[in-house]
Design a protein around this ligand. Structure first.
Ligand code: GDP
Ligand code: MG
Length: 180
């Protein structure tokens, strides 16, 4: 019998302003834990999440930027060969939401897929456990915002209480946006 099991390795970027919870989301997703201690990481780090399906193994390499957020612009090298991106903002901090379009523009200006398209980007509204919602408070229509700014979708997440984080797997599995 021939073994038709396929293996893939996908690089996924996790970007957004400092302190929005990028490292926490990755930790929650990959290691199922959360630490309330703020620790700004320095350099670039990545975590591996392995997803096993019947005939397929997908290794997601989640790239975590660390410390470079404050300098605004990432290098082209960092973005290179990514298959998708999560752009994260903090629901309690309006400036981090305003920065989302800058992150998206930076990403699109430095990375184009082989088919000429922009890389699929999903917006994550993190810290939804805090009960402060900059979106509702400011009457922001997220569906419309995503359409206008080229996001494939958005999800509320909380690295703290786990909301939405498991769903990242389904975004990747079902929508196939990262696998184009
Ligand atoms: P990063 O700079 O984007 O990597 O952000 P971190 O992951 O280091 O998180 C910054 C701070 O926010 C830390 O103190 C985290 O514990 C906290 N944090 C991250 N995600 C959440 C969340 O979903 N809810 C709450 N309440 N705090 C969070
Ligand atoms: Mg971090």
């Amino acid at each position: 019998m021939q073994n038709n099991h396929k293996e893939h390795l996908y690089k996924i970027l996790v970007i957004g302003d400092l302190g929005v919870g990028k490292t926490s989301i990755i930790k929650r997703y990959v290691h199922q834990n959360f630490s309330p201690n703020y620790r700004a990481t320095i350099g670039v780090d990545f975590a591996l999440k392995v997803l096993n399906w019947d005939h397929e193994t997908v290794r997601l390499q989640l790239w975590d930027i660390a410390g470079q957020e404050r300098f605004g612009n990432m290098t082209r090298v960092y973005y290179r060969e990514a298959m998708g991106a999560f752009i994260v903002f903090d629901m309690t901090r309006p400036s981090s939401f305003e920065a989302v379009t800058n992150w998206k523009e930076d990403l699109d200006s430095k990375l184009t897929l082989a088919n000429g398209k922009n890389v699929a980007a999903v917006l994550l509204a993190n810290k939804c456990d805090q009960g402060q919602d900059v979106l509702t408070n400011n009457g922001i229509q997220m569906e419309k915002f995503c359409q206008e700014n080229g996001f494939v979708g958005w999800y509320e997440t909380s690295a703290k209480v786990r909301t939405g984080v498991e769903r990242l797997k389904h975004i990747i599995a079902n929508e196939n946006d990262f696998l184009q």
